[in-house]
Ligand binder design. Structure first.
Ligand SMILES: [Fe+2]
Ligand SMILES: [Fe+2]
Length: 191
């Protein structure tokens, strides 16, 4: 159960299949960013003992994903070039409430939604691509992203009551869908 408020349509998949190299480079950057965000939460909330081990494990796993995707880039003769990042993450995180503990809950739930959207789209790509090596790589990664989604929701439920977390997750999922609906039409995982 990914708690997304919208389903990715065929326009995104068509675009992604037409630009597999750009999508793969973007994916490498996304894995690196996912590791970095988990680490940054460890710096921001060192006193939240229950976050430490799960976030450290998650950061390590995202870095391993980064290594896997970089190896695939190298196998294809592609460089990890800089890309104009999608505005998705910054627009999604703009909804985070400023006062604690709401800030922590919202940040964890935004990360849960990013993981969910990645999982949904990696699955679409894995099923649609005619590239067997790419399909195998993505199928392996998306299982972890689904688990990361559940981890972030569970961590939020450790900070606030479950009913409040679920209501906030619904609201942020609608916001996430609205952000994606107005995203630019670049070939990225989150546009
Ligand atoms: Fe990942
Ligand atoms: Fe992840």
């Amino acid at each position: 159960m990914l708690h997304l408020a919208s389903t990715t349509g065929s326009a995104w998949l068509t675009r992604a299949l037409a630009h597999p190299d750009e999508i793969l480079v973007d994916h490498a950057h996304c894995e690196k960013k996912a590791a970095s965000t988990a680490l940054s939460l460890l710096f921001r909330y060192p006193e939240c003992t229950e976050l430490l081990a799960p976030l450290a494990r998650l950061a390590r796993e995202e870095l391993r994903h980064f290594e896997q995707v970089v190896r695939e880039l190298q196998r294809r003769g592609l460089a990890l070039v800089r890309q104009r990042p999608s505005p998705y993450a910054s627009e999604l995180l703009a909804a985070v409430r400023p006062a604690e503990p709401a800030r922590l809950v919202d940040t964890l739930l935004c990360m849960a939604l990013i993981e969910a959207r990645s999982c949904e789209r990696l699955q679409l790509l894995a099923e649609a691509t005619s590239d067997a090596a790419l399909a195998t790589l993505l199928a392996g990664l998306l299982t972890s992203e689904a688990r990361h989604h559940r981890t972030y929701v569970a961590l939020a439920e450790g900070v606030a009551p479950t009913s409040a977390v679920r209501a906030r997750l619904d609201a942020l999922a609608r916001h996430e869908a609205a952000v994606l609906a107005r995203a630019p039409d670049w070939p990225r995982l989150h546009t």
